[in-house]
Design a protein around this ligand. Structure first.
Ligand SMILES: Cc1cc2nc3c(=O)[nH]c(=O)nc-3n(C[C@H](O)[C@H](O)[C@H](O)COP(=O)(O)OP(=O)(O)OC[C@H]3O[C@@H](n4cnc5c(N)ncnc54)[C@H](O)[C@@H]3O)c2cc1C
Length: 451
């Protein structure tokens, strides 16, 4: 790696070499995991580069190739598994100045990859649209980071996860070659960059389908137990007449003990559902809540649901874990997809099996043709061995684990070589300089036999 050669070669992009600033930008939310916290504590890049245009990115890509410098792209840095951390050092590329909404037409938008999701939604609202789905990190995360690092979130109750066909329409990518190319990928080629942690090209623009904007109401609904709350969550998700965007269900005592902004509305022995329902669907929603024995403890029609102007979705998805870590930093978490056919009953059974060692937080999502739920359980961490035992138990009961305590793409989710992304990487990053260390299949073709 010839770092000085890279720095000397760059004329357009801003170059930052201050070690403290570079180290600060080399972090993400890896510390949610006690295992990654230990493994990645010392990771830092060597230089931070800021791109303001595609021309800057082409210049950076050519210089990194010429001087053998690893390049890790970075959006908002809200990834959870060291996704945006440069584990082999080198250059970090800050995309946040690439933040223009390029056009909106017929329910589709074209946007630069560094745009923050919250400002994207604000600008889309002027056209009567909103994003189909966004992570709970909408305030900080970028659209490029969501596509390269995220998987789904608020809105997945309607549209499923990002990987569902039709949730991403196209992208423009810059390759990392001697003479970097600009590629436009659409259709089946979307699989080449979706959730690839930035190892298969630098995304500069995205084309995304939109939903019609709605007036959303946040509501906190309490129930006697997890089973009742989860049955309601599934029925709500499955109700075609109700316009909705979010339903997270929390077993007791999660809301009362760990979600400070709403603790006053939920007793320690109560479960609850945190929902976003469209104003036009409020009456039908009240009817469904009553039919399931729920109690609407608070709603945002008269006051912000949390009392502190925190949107309710910032208590859902991986924000639930963040809120809990503020109360008890020794907690950690798991990510599990429950089988659609018995997700509610299985969640209840697993909750009873583990007791307070594993506290169930469920997110209802469309999964193919069915509604299912993902669990983002909060775990009282003791040892790595016990954490692995808990994951194995879930797998034996028919669940699929997305292990958040590892930093490679394969170990985290797919558990197998993604031949489409591997072949594409050979084309667009022949020296393997993009976010090195994150794709096991690139580093060692045999490694996956063991996972
Ligand atoms: C509190 C909390 C809540 C979360 N909730 C959710 C959730 O609801 N749903 C969800 O899916 N995730 C969630 N996440 C994870 C994370 O927020 C999302 O993945 C988010 O979309 C990442 O966006 P970012 O801009 O911060 O990306 P970063 O963290 O900066 O990057 C993520 C990955 O994408 C790559 N990347 C970034 N930009 C580009 C680009 N332009 N081209 C190529 N590669 C790029 C990076 O190299 C990295 O590998 C959560 C995380 C936290 C800490």
């Amino acid at each position: 790696m010839n770092l000085n050669g890279l720095i000397d070669a760059l004329k357009g992009p801003k170059v930052i070499t201050d070690a403290a600033a570079v180290r600060r930008m080399s972090r993400d939310y890896y510390w949610y995991s006690p295992i990654l916290k230990r493994q990645l504590a010392d990771v830092t890049g060597d230089v931070l580069l800021e791109a303001h245009s595609e021309a800057d990115i082409l210049e950076i890509a050519a210089a990194c190739y010429a001087h053998d410098v690893p390049l890790t792209v970075r959006g908002g840095g809200t990834g959870n598994y060291g996704q945006a951390m440069p584990i082999r050092g080198g250059a970090l590329l800050d995309m946040r100045a690439m933040d223009q909404l390029l056009w909106v037409k017929d329910g589709v938008c074209r946007v630069q990859a560094g745009k923050r999701l919250i400002t994207l939604d604000q600008e889309l609202a002027e056209h009567g649209y909103e994003m189909r789905l966004h992570p709970s990190t909408r305030t900080v995360a970028t659209v490029g980071g969501f596509i390269a690092g995220g998987s789904g979130g608020v809105g997945s109750i309607n549209w499923g996860m990002l990987r569902e066909t039709g949730n991403i329409l196209g992208a423009r990518l810059v390759t990392l070659e001697a003479e970097p190319r600009v590629l436009e990928l659409r259709g089946a080629d979307i699989a080449k960059f979706n959730h690839s942690y930035g190892v298969t090209g630098i995304i500069t623009e995205l084309e995304l389908p939109l939903a019609n904007a709605q007036l959303w109401i946040d509501a906190v609904v309490t129930f006697d137990d997890l089973l009742s709350a989860a049955r309601f969550g599934k029925a709500f998700a499955e109700s075609p007449g109700l316009v909705k965007k979010q339903c997270g269900v929390m077993a007791p005592p999660i809301a009362h003990t760990y979600l400070r902004p709403i603790a006053q509305y939920v007793r320690a022995d109560e479960a609850c559902a945190l929902v976003m329902v469209a104003s036009q669907s409020w009456e039908g929603f009240e009817t469904l809540v009553a039919a399931h024995g729920g109690r609407i403890a608070h709603d945002s029609r008269t006051a912000p649901a949390t009392g502190k102007r925190v949107p309710l979705y910032e208590l859902c998805w991986n924000h639930t874990t963040l809120q809990a870590l503020k109360v008890d930093p020794t907690l950690t978490y798991l990510q599990t997809l429950l089988p659609a056919q018995n997700c509610v009953e299985l969640a209840d059974e697993l909750q009873r099996h583990f007791g307070e060692e594993v506290m169930f937080h469920l997110e209802f999502t469309r999964s193919g043709p069915a509604i299912s739920c993902s669990a983002i359980q909060m775990v009282r961490f003791t040892t790595e061995e016990r954490l692995n035992e808990i994951m194995v138990y879930h797998e034996q009961r028919g669940c699929r684990q997305f292990n958040p305590h590892v930093y490679t793409i394969e170990e985290g989710g797919m558990k197998q070589v993604n031949h489409v992304q591997l072949a594409f990487k050979r084309e667009v990053d022949p020296k393997g300089l993009l976010n090195p260390g994150k794709m096991m299949a690139w580093d060692n073709q045999d490694a996956l036999a063991d996972i």
